[in-house]
Structure formats: structure tokens, C-alpha cells
Design a protein. Structure first.
Length: 326
């Protein structure tokens, strides 16, 4: 790819996250959205000047794409990634990698075989508050990190959207755990700079009237022994505090409120070992726009935080946890 011209993106699945977050993020990163593929004509029409396709194969053949962003329902990620790999097009695929672990493993094989660049769209890595936290942890400002505690919850009723595939196990692969926990598990590993090696989970079907779990608690341990806990839920009123990330160390603590999610903003507080609290000033930055810019750098130069094998490891943790709460 020439460095001078804008990156040419295609999108498979032009629904909520693609329309409201990824496409604006591509524009903000100076890239061009040239084509979208979606079976829904209204979704294609929402893509403005980008060419609309009902067939992914035709789009991959005709779209002259540098990269494909995959934002279909989870069970369709595998097909889109395999087709892009066959066409030699780089992929940024939404989380979870797939509804089923064997699909994620097959995707990884296709990516390796084709030698394309691949990233999982863990946008929360690119939130400036999370980058600042990672830096402070690496500098030893918290001492030894003992635990990370995450609350990442929302309210998702069965009629949340016209076709609520998230409540359908076949298409989603699971409920609140499979949808929300990947972000937290990835973020913990990002903050610590090391892998989680063990995970346990309990799920619940307590409030919503669908078959997938509407809440779960996960606990996990990192390679060097830091512990993590995650409460994820679809049964949590959004009027109540529901997005919180705490890192506890022997010499202090970081508390991030409302930084987890798709949007910029939130607040970061650092507490020293005496408990004195200071607001940490974090530059404004849209996690999706920063993710798209980072993926552009990844295509040009490699690196910049995208790593198939790491993401496959995280996906295995997600599905291990899922298997425990079926
Ligand atoms: N990173 C994040 O914060 C975040 C947020 C929301 C969703 N997501 C992920 O993004 C994906 C999409 O979620 P969403 O909320 O945008 O869903 P959505 O239902 O709003 O959109 C999905 C779109 O895919 C289209 N589609 C269905 N079959 C298709 C096919 N065969 N080819 C192409 N398009 C097809 C649908 O018509 C729809 O427009 C999911 O994997 C989800 O987990 C990630």
C-alpha cells in the first residue's frame, strides 16, 4: 500500500457499531469508506457515498479495498474473515472473534495461511484513559498490581432491536458474557502487559426473558499472579453506575469511571498509598478513531498493538468462561 493515499476500507455488516462508531472513526482517522456489504437495503443506504453490496464476494472483488472491517452478527464473522483472507484483504474483526471457538480457530488458520494482516477490534485499548493507566502501571506508580476489578454492564431487553440476534445463542454464541467480557479480558491483559492464564465464571438467567445468560461474574489470574474480576450484565439498569475499572496496587490505585464503552470521555482518578485522590488529566480521544488510525499504521508498518495469536488466546479464555456458565 502507498503511504500517501488514504486507507480504503470496506465494511461487512453496516449496523449499529459500524454506522455510529466505526465509519465516523475511519473518517476521523483520514481513511476512506469505499464500500459496505449488508443484506439490508436500509443499512446499505445509510452508508452515504460508499458503494453498497449485497454480496461480500462481489465487494471483495470490485471494491479495491485495503482492509475489511467485520461487524456482522457474531456467527458470520468466520465466513467474512475467511473470504477476505482468500481475497488477500486485511481484516479488522469485531469482538468476540466468533460465536464458537472452533470458528475462531478456523479464522486464525485462514489468516495465517493467507498471510494477511488481522486485528480484533478491541477499541477500548485505544481509549486515552486506558493508555494512561497502562503507562502508570508500567512505570510502577501503583507498586505491585494485585487486582483489577471491572464492572461493565447494560440493560438489554429482548426487544432491544428489531432483530435482537444478541439474545439468540446460535447467532451470538452466548449472552452478556460472550458480548461484554471480551473487552474486559483484553483490557486487563493490555493494562498488565501480560496474559491471563486462568479463568472461572458463573452465569445467571435472572431477569430477561431469553435463553442466553443475562449476567455473569468472571475471575481470572495473570501469568505473574495478579487477579481480575469482571461483572458483566444485560440486566443492569443504565441509570445506575455500570462502567467502572479499578486497578489496585501495593502503593496506590487507579479508578476509571465511564471510560469503558464506545465513546470518548469518562474520568480517571489516582489514589496514592495514603488514599489521597488526584484527578488524572487525560487527553480527549475517540477510541474508534484512534483504533482506525492504529490499524492504518499496522498495515503500513506492522505492530501497533494488533496480534492474532494474543487475540486467539483471549478468545479461548472467553469460551472457557462461557462453557462454565451454560
Ligand atoms: N467494539 C464494540 O464496542 C462493539 C459494540 C457493538 C457491537 N460490536 C460487535 O459488532 C458486531 C455487530 O454488532 P451491532 O451491534 O452493530 O449489530 P447490528 O445488528 O446493529 O448490525 C449487524 C449488521 O449486520 C448485517 N448483516 C447480517 N447478515 C449479514 C451478512 N451475511 N453480511 C453482511 N452483513 C450482514 C445486518 O443487516 C446488520 O445491519 C458484533 O460482533 C458485536 O459483538 C462491538
Amino acid at each position: 500500500m502507498e503511504a500517501a493515499r488514504p486507507l480504503r476500507w470496506g465494511i461487512a455488516g453496516f449496523g449499529w457499531v459500524a454506522r455510529d462508531h466505526a465509519a465516523p472513526g475511519m473518517a476521523a482517522a483520514g481513511a476512506e469508506l469505499v464500500a459496505v456489504c449488508d443484506p439490508d437495503p436500509a443499512a446499505r443506504a445509510a452508508a452515504g457515498a460508499a458503494a453498497g453490496f449485497a454480496s461480500l464476494d462481489v465487494m471483495l472483488r470490485d471494491g479495491r479495498l485495503d482492509a475489511l472491517y467485520v461487524a456482522t452478527p457474531n456467527h458470520l464473522h468466520r465466513d467474512a474473515v475467511e473470504r477476505a483472507a482468500e481475497a488477500g484483504v486485511a481484516v479488522l474483526c469485531e469482538k468476540p472473534m466468533a460465536a464458537r471457538l472452533d470458528d475462531a480457530e478456523a479464522m486464525a488458520r485462514a489468516v495465517r495461511r493467507a498471510g494477511i494482516r488481522y486485528g480484533t477490534a478491541y477499541d477500548q485499548r485505544h481509549h486515552p484513559a486506558h493508555e494512561a493507566m497502562r503507562g502508570m502501571i508500567a512505570e510502577g506508580r501503583l507498586g505491585t498490581v494485585t487486582a483489577i476489578r471491572i464492572v461493565y454492564c447494560c440493560w438489554l431487553a429482548s426487544g432491544w432491536s428489531a432483530d435482537n440476534w444478541r439474545a439468540d445463542r446460535t447467532r451470538a454464541g452466548g449472552g452478556a458474557l460472550l458480548d461484554l467480557a471480551p473487552h474486559g479480558l483484553d483490557l486487563v491483559q493490555f493494562l498488565l502487559g501480560e496474559r491471563l492464564v486462568e479463568v472461572r465464571a458463573l452465569g445467571q438467567h435472572r431477569v430477561q426473558d431469553y435463553a442466553v445468560e443475562d449476567g455473569a461474574v468472571l475471575i481470572a489470574r495473570s501469568a505473574t499472579g495478579a487477579l481480575a474480576s469482571l461483572h458483566v450484565a444485560y440486566n443492569h439498569r443504565e441509570t445506575l453506575p455500570r462502567r467502572r475499572l479499578e486497578v489496585v496496587g501495593t502503593e496506590g490505585m487507579l479508578v476509571a469511571e465511564n471510560t469503558m464503552g464506545q465513546s470518548p470521555g469518562g474520568a480517571l482518578t489516582w489514589l496514592d498509598e495514603e488514599g489521597a485522590a488526584r484527578v488524572v488529566a487525560v487527553p480527549h480521544g475517540d477510541p474508534f478513531a484512534r483504533q482506525m488510525a492504529a490499524f492504518g499504521r499496522h498495515l503500513r508498518e506492522g505492530g501497533d498493538g494488533f496480534d492474532l495469536e494474543r487475540d486467539l488466546h483471549t478468545e479461548r479464555l472467553v469460551h472457557q468462561a462461557m462453557d462454565q456458565c451454560l
